[in-house]
Design a protein around this ligand. Structure first.
Ligand SMILES: [Fe+2]
Length: 355
C-alpha cells in the first residue's frame, strides 16, 4: 500500500486520520509542522500528503508550493478550517488535488485519498504516454531527415516525401478520431479557400490545405472513453481533451520544413478565440497566428454542418448565422467576411465531400 504523510499541528486530528487510514491498509507517517514534513519527505517517498493549511511556522500553502517543485508526482490534499477557504481555493491553482474542510468525516477522507491516488496514477500514465510519443516523434523526424540527406533528393522529390509523410499522419489521425477522412479533406479545402479569398499567395494556400488536415493530430493521445463519448464531457474530461492542441504541437514542432512548422502552429492555435477566451494560451486578436484563426473558422463551420455523436448537423444557413453571432468573439471578423465572400465555393466543397 502507498505511503501517506499527514501534516497537521492538531495532534488529535493527526492520530484520528492515521487510525482511519491505517484501518484501510494505508501506511501513514505524521508530522506536526513544515520542518517535520520536510524531514519525513527526505527519508521516504509518499504518494499522498494530507496538508493542514494553517500551521504555526511555515504555512501549508508555502509547503505546498515547495512540494509541487521538489516532489511533483506526490498528490497533495489540503485540510482546512472554515476560515481559510479562500486560501484553500487558491491552493488548487498551486496544484493541490483537493481540499477538505474540518471537521473531516472518515468517509470523506477515504474517498478523497482514493481519488487522489487514482488521479496520480492516471497522470503517471499520461506522462509515460507523452514520453513514448516524444520518442516516436524523434525517431520519425530523425529518419526522415536522414533519408533526405542520404538521397540528395531534388526539391520535387523532397516535396513528394513531405506530402506523403503528411498524408500518412492524416491517416493516423483518422484512426483515432470519430470524424471521417472527409472531415480532414473539407477542413483543408475550407482553409485553402479562406486564405485565397484573403489574397494570400497560391503556394501558401496549398501548404495551408495540407497542413490544416493535421489540426487534430494531438487526439492520438486522448483515450477512446473521452473521444467517443456520446454525451457531454465533464469538466475534467474536457480538460484532458484540450491537451490535444499542445500534444499536436509537440508532435509536429521543430521541423526543418515550413509545411510541418505551419501544421504545428495550426495544431496549437486552432482552438484560440479572437476575444482571448480560447485555449491553450488564451491568445487574442492578431496574437493568434493567421493560420490558427483560419483553421478555427473552418473547423467550427465543419463541426456545425455535420452530425456529431451527441447531435445532428445544423442546417447550413443556421450554422452561418450561429457563426456570425460569434463575430469578434470566437472569430476574426475579416475571416467571417472572407467566408461570406467565398461561400459558394465553400458550400460546393461541403456537398462534394459529404460524409
Ligand atoms: Fe481540435
Amino acid at each position: 500500500m502507498p505511503g501517506l504523510l499527514i501534516v497537521d499541528d492538531d495532534a488529535a486530528l493527526r492520530s484520528w486520520a492515521r487510525r482511519v487510514l491505517n484501518a484501510q491498509g494505508y501506511e501513514c507517517t505524521v508530522a506536526s509542522d513544515a520542518d517535520g514534513a520536510r524531514e519525513a519527505l527526505a527519508r521516504q517517498d509518499f504518494s499522498v500528503v494530507l496538508l493542514d493549511v494553517n500551521m504555526p511556522g511555515e504555512s501549508g500553502i508555502k509547503l505546498l508550493a515547495y512540494l509541487r517543485v521538489e516532489y511533483p508526482t506526490t498528490a497533495v490534499l489540503m485540510v482546512t478550517g472554515e476560515d481559510d477557504l479562500g486560501l484553500a481555493t487558491a491552493s488548487i491553482e498551486l496544484g493541490a488535488y483537493g481540499y477538505m474542510v474540518k471537521p473531516v468525516r472518515a468517509g470523506e477522507l477515504l474517498i478523497n485519498v482514493a481519488i487522489a491516488l487514482y488521479r496520480r496514477r492516471r497522470e503517471a500514465e499520461m506522462r509515460r504516454h507523452f514520453e513514448r510519443l516524444e520518442g516516436s516523434r524523434e525517431d520519425t523526424t530523425g529518419a526522415l531527415r536522414r533519408a533526405l540527406e542520404a538521397s540528395e533528393l531534388s526539391p520535387d522529390g523532397a516535396a513528394a516525401i513531405q506530402s506523403e509523410a503528411m498524408r500518412r499522419l492524416v491517416r493516423l489521425a483518422e484512426f483515432r478520431d470519430a470524424e471521417t477522412g472527409q472531415h480532414m479533406v473539407r477542413m483543408g479545402r475550407y482553409c485553402e479557400l479562406l486564405a485565397l479569398q484573403r489574397g494570400l499567395p497560391e503556394e501558401y494556400c496549398e501548404h495551408l490545405r495540407m497542413a490544416s488536415e493535421l489540426h487534430d493530430i494531438g487526439k492520438v493521445a486522448i483515450g477512446d472513453r473521452i473521444l467517443q463519448k456520446p454525451g457531454k464531457l465533464t469538466v475534467a474530461e474536457f480538460e484532458v481533451l484540450k491537451t490535444h492542441a499542445e500534444v499536436g504541437h509537440q508532435l509536429l514542432a521543430d521541423s526543418d520544413t515550413e509545411l510541418m512548422r505551419m501544421a504545428a502552429t495550426i495544431a496549437l492555435t486552432h482552438h484560440e478565440r479572437w476575444d482571448g477566451g480560447g485555449y491553450p494560451h488564451g491568445l487574442a486578436g492578431e496574437e493568434i497566428p493567421l493560420v490558427g484563426r483560419i483553421a478555427a473558422v473552418a473547423d467550427v463551420f465543419d463541426a456545425l454542418t455535420n452530425d456529431r455523436v451527441y447531435r445532428p448537423a445544423f442546417p447550413v444557413g443556421l450554422a452561418v448565422n450561429m457563426m456570425e453571432a460569434e463575430r469578434g468573439r470566437h472569430f476574426d471578423p475579416a475571416l467571417l467576411d472572407a467566408m461570406h465572400a467565398t461561400f459558394d465555393h465553400i458550400d460546393q466543397v461541403r456537398r462534394q465531400h459529404a460524409d
